[in-house]
Design a protein around this ligand. Sequence first.
Ligand code: BDR
Ligand code: CA
Length: 312
Amino acid sequence: MPRKVILDIDPGIDDAVALVMALFDPRLEVLAVTATGGNVPAEQATANLQALVGLLDPPRLPRLGLAPADTALPEKPFNMHGADGLGGINLPRAQLHGGHVSEKVIWETLRAHPREITIVALGPLTNLSRVLTRDPSIVELIGEVVIAGGTVQGAGNVTPVVDFNFYCDPRAARHVVREPVTKTLVPLETTGQVIFGFDLLDQLPDDSSRAGDILRRMLPHAFRAHRQLLGSEGISMHDVVALVAVTNPELFERTTVAADVETGGELTAGMLVVDRRTVRQWRPNLDLLVNCDVPAVKDCILRGLAVAGAGT
Ligand code: BDR
Ligand code: CA
């Protein structure tokens, strides 16, 4: 039985790669894909999601959710994803059926499949927080949440101690982290262990497939951005590793912790705070994936992309 998932994304190159993989993975039944602002503003996030799904034309079309237009994003110190969020490939606009805002799509999908769905959150946690605010009882209908976000050792990718997703909406991150639902957090230290060199470009599906065409146009920008902005010759694709944590959890080392998110600090808003006191005072509330089998995760990613290429 494939695992039922909702993908919540802010596309974003690594979100887009994760989407490509998920839509063609026979182990997943992608019931809905919902957009949120983050890597790009809300309107662009929705446009990217619609264009990607329209172009990929997956075997089963998920419901799509529009990014909420009324959320303000904080200033980004730099942009890893290009002006359009997808490395400047400027996909043609595609208006797909269904025009509901993401929180409504998430709420309806959870109600239709109580306790069966894993929410895979690859962007700021705005949508999930909104659903839980609108209907707090919906938490009982969520099977599990897997989140790409946070940093445990305090090595952020936006501010010194904060990852991009928690940076964009610290209050939403706190809200979700505090909810009594089964949660797995895939922090930056773990997603950042998986680094691809230039040879990745030779291992993508060829551009006669729709997935291959998108990946081959999008990923060179990731290499340029990593070199110019981070001084790195290799790229990390955080959201893609988080997706592998859903399909192949056995490749990750897991530890249960008690954690919360700072919302107020001038230097620390969005910081994941883990209770490491000798005698822990907080109750354990989430699983952290602290390590992964890097070669095996890379292998999963390459195979997932090949499957997507073969399916398009
Ligand atoms: C997150 O930053 C974003 O740019 C990526 O899409 C990923 O979700 C990691 O901090
Ligand atoms: Ca993302």
